[in-house]
Design a protein around this ligand. Structure first.
Ligand code: ADP
Ligand code: MG
Length: 360
């Protein structure tokens, strides 16, 4: 299958400022794709080059096999939902949604009304047409913006931080609804977000961006379990980093890890080739264990609790181990009968070499 969207060697300069650097990516028909990265890394710029609101300085943006150079935004098969979704408060919900049809003078009133009703139905707002837009909640306003953007069934819907104005509960609810909606309509969604959890939850694939570049492009599990460098590893979730010295040994690697000692690491734990010499290993907090009894662990190290943060369902510990400057962050699920340790307590830390990831 040929990709719906393809970017090849895309660069964008604002004067001297290099906002997009050698972007190569393809996005498939029906994919839920996210652009994730810290503020200012170029996510909106990249989205706008796909939409046609921004020209590229070099490289090619193609949609459905067609080079989009010189094709204005209104002639591209894309539509955009902006960060500050512009709902007209003095209009009704139906009038707001019908705004998405303003260029279709070929449609009569009846046809327009039917399309508006379909669109409202699609986003779960059937029966809301006559209501005043100013009386809606934040989540409902967001749905109106979605209905308006989807009413003409674009091939691609571009969403720039669409949920950032909502509170946490509403945001989580809308994440699930957006996923459902996307599956239902089968339209390709490209979502911009700086919220890694949001990207992990919703996307088929994610491009993680830093300073105008793609740091890694993969599905959520690969990004989490096999980040290809320290920057990606630190941005996605929490990660402990330990200094290490590497000796490649055929298909595997012998690694001397500060605080943990010598371990064997399999090639599948090394996302990017690493040469002999200094490197890092990454260890996710939930792959470490505090052992409260004689539970089996492949390796154990004695440490001291430095910090305790109790979250109800989880307790996060910082545990100091000999030979490592920074305490290890350990995420423990709370359970009946399992104590919460105090600062200063001795902790036996269980770890497993198979959960290490080796990074340059
Ligand atoms: P993000 O959406 O990831 O927060 P943007 O794509 O909005 O980042 O911006 C990337 C960088 O490009 C920022 O440093 C921003 O200041 C700069 N930039 C964006 N738009 C313009 C513009 N029209 N003129 C000059 N610089 C811009
Ligand atoms: Mg932005």
């Amino acid at each position: 299958m040929s990709p719906l969207i393809s970017l090849k060697g895309v660069n964008k300069y604002y004067g001297d400022y290099h906002a997009l650097r050698d972007i190569d990516l393809t996005i498939d028909q029906g994919e839920f794709f996210s652009l994730l990265g810290p503020s200012g890394c170029g996510k909106t710029t990249l989205l706008r080059t796909i939409a046609g609101f921004e020209s590229v300085s070099s490289g090619v943006v193609a949609i459905a096999g067609k080079d989009m150079a010189g094709v204005p935004a209104n002639l591209r098969p894309t539509n955009m939902v902006f960060q500050s979704y512009a709902i007209f408060p003095h209009l009704s919900v139906a009038e707001n949604v019908a705004f998405g049809l303003r260029k279709r003078s070929d449609l009569n009133k009846q046809a327009k009304t039917a399309l508006v009703e379909d669109a409202l139905d699609m986003v779960g707002l059937d029966g809301y047409g006559k209501r005043a837009a100013h009386a809606l909640s934040g989540g409902q306003r967001q749905r109106v913006a979605l209905a308006r953007a989807l009413i003409l069934k674009p091939k691609v819907l571009l969403l720039d931080e669409p949920l950032s104005a909502l509170d946490k509960k509403m945001r989580e609810q809308m994440q699930v609804e957006l996923m459902r909606l996307q599956r239902h309509v089968g339209i390709t969604f490209i979502l911009v977000t700086h919220d890694q959890e949001e990207a992990l939850v919703m996307s088929d694939r994610i491009a993680v961006m830093f300073e105008g570049r793609i740091g890694q492009l993969a599905d959520a599990e690969t990004l989490y379990r096999r980040p290809r460098n320290r920057q990606v590893a630190a941005f996605i979730g929490k990660m402990n980093f330990l200094d290490a010295t590497v000796e490649p040994a055929g298909d595997t690697y012998t690694v001397d890890v500060a605080g943990l000692g010598r371990v064997q690491i399999g090639a599948d734990q090394v996302p990017e080739p690493v040469t002999a010499g200094p490197a890092f290993v990454g260890l996710r907090p939930e792959t470490l264990d505090i052992l409260f009894d004689d539970t089996a662990a492949s390796a154990v190290i004695d440490g001291t609790v430095d910090e305790v943060v109790y979250y109800g369902d989880m307790t996060y510990y910082d545990v100091r181990i000999p030979g490592v400057e920074k305490p290890l962050n350990i995420a423990m699920k709370n359970a009946i009968g399992r104590p919460v340790l105090d600062v200063g307590a001795k902790a036996r830390v269980g770890w497993d070499a198979r959960s290490l990831v080796l990074l340059k």
